[in-house]
Design a protein around this ligand. Structure first.
Ligand code: AMP
Length: 304
């Protein structure tokens, strides 16, 4: 295991380029550590799709605003390595901050309109940090494919758009959200929740479920669905809603009515190739950001 952990950027690039020369398809799973079953499910998918899998563990300072939880973000490397052991990944990349952003580092990726709304509105510099680190990680690991979670749905859309706009020869996969048995989406930040907050946080997945039921019952009016989700979340007195958005799954523009069929199916087919369980196109995505005390949770679901 030890020999598979690399913190040196040059060594990582040499090793993965060598594998590429042998014709191996290289998959990378970017993470910030504090691993849980959500991350592990992505690693399994990467192993199924690729010949050589690199997991990166790096708490990227550039995607945190000065007021956010960078310093207190959980760092649990030993436990992460234990969790990864049975998955038998090929390399684990644990770069230092200094090597990723040495003195004088001065180049950033500025993605467009997808980064301006929702998370981008609440966290204005966040996606600039995400796209910058992801592009660096793709280059350092010589990736042919990169694997993300649907949990950070907007992040997936932004990265996918960057890959398309920059003509990166990399497939961007999204993997399903893994939840606790009671519905709470797994997140490294769940450990910040008090037990009362943890109980009340179930309102997020309950609200999402309700939106699915409403659409199935024929309610396509976004205002009605949003109002219902809001009412469910507001039954939790500790919840402070940042946004509830019902949006086009591709552009993330907010909808007023959920369309019957997803528009522009032909051009979306490539986009959705990897995300859909049943080759069905979603009609909308519901995205939530809600604070419980100091902890900010996000969740989402696709509506079919
Ligand atoms: P993070 O370590 O929080 O940056 O997450 C690394 C990757 O794991 C991201 O692509 C996340 O979307 C994904 N991820 C986080 N939580 C989950 C989850 N509950 N289910 C699936 N993927 C997840």
């Amino acid at each position: 295991m030890e020999h598979r952990i690399i913190d040196d950027l040059g060594a990582m690039q040499q090793k993965t380029l060598a594998q590429k020369r042998f014709g191996k398809r290289i998959g990378v799973v970017p993470t910030m550590g504090a691993l849980h079953e959500g991350h592990l499910s992505i690693v399994r998918r990467a192993k199924a799709e690729c010949d050589f899998v690199v997991v990166t563990i790096f708490v990227n300072p550039v995607q945190f605003a000065p007021t956010e939880d960078f310093d207190k973000y959980p760092r649990t490397l030993e436990h992460d390595l234990e969790l990864l052991k049975p998955l038998n990944v090929d390399l684990i990349f644990t770069p230092t901050e200094k090597n990723m952003y040495p003195a004088g580092y001065d180049t950033f990726v500025e993605a467009g309109s997808l980064t301006k709304r929702l998370e981008g509105e609440c966290r204005p510099s966040h996606f600039r940090g995400v796209t910058t680190v992801v592009l660096k990680l793709l280059n350092i690991t010589s990736a042919d494919a990169a694997f993300f979670g649907q949990k950070d749905y907007q992040q997936y859309c932004v990265v996918r758009k960057m890959a398309a706009d920059f003509n990166l020869p990399v497939d961007i996969f999204a993997c399903p959200i893994i939840r606790e048995s009671d519905g709470l989406a797994l997140s490294s930040r769940n450990r910040y929740l008090s037990s009362e907050e943890r109980t009340q946080a179930l309102a997020l997945s309950q609200g999402l479920k309700r939106s699915q039921c409403m659409l199935e019952a024929g309610v396509a009016d976004v205002k009605k669905i949003r109002r219902e989700i809001q009412a469910i979340i507001e039954t939790s007195p500790l919840a402070e809603i940042e946004y509830i958005a019902i949006a086009d799954p591709l552009t993330l523009e907010e909808l007023t009515v959920i369309p019957n069929n997803s528009h522009n199916i032909a051009s979306q087919r490539h986009f959705w190739r990897y995300i859909l369980p049943e080759n069905q196109l979603p009609r909308a995505v519901v995205l939530l950001a809600v604070r419980f005390g100091k902890t900010r949770l996000i969740d989402n679901c696709l509506l079919y």
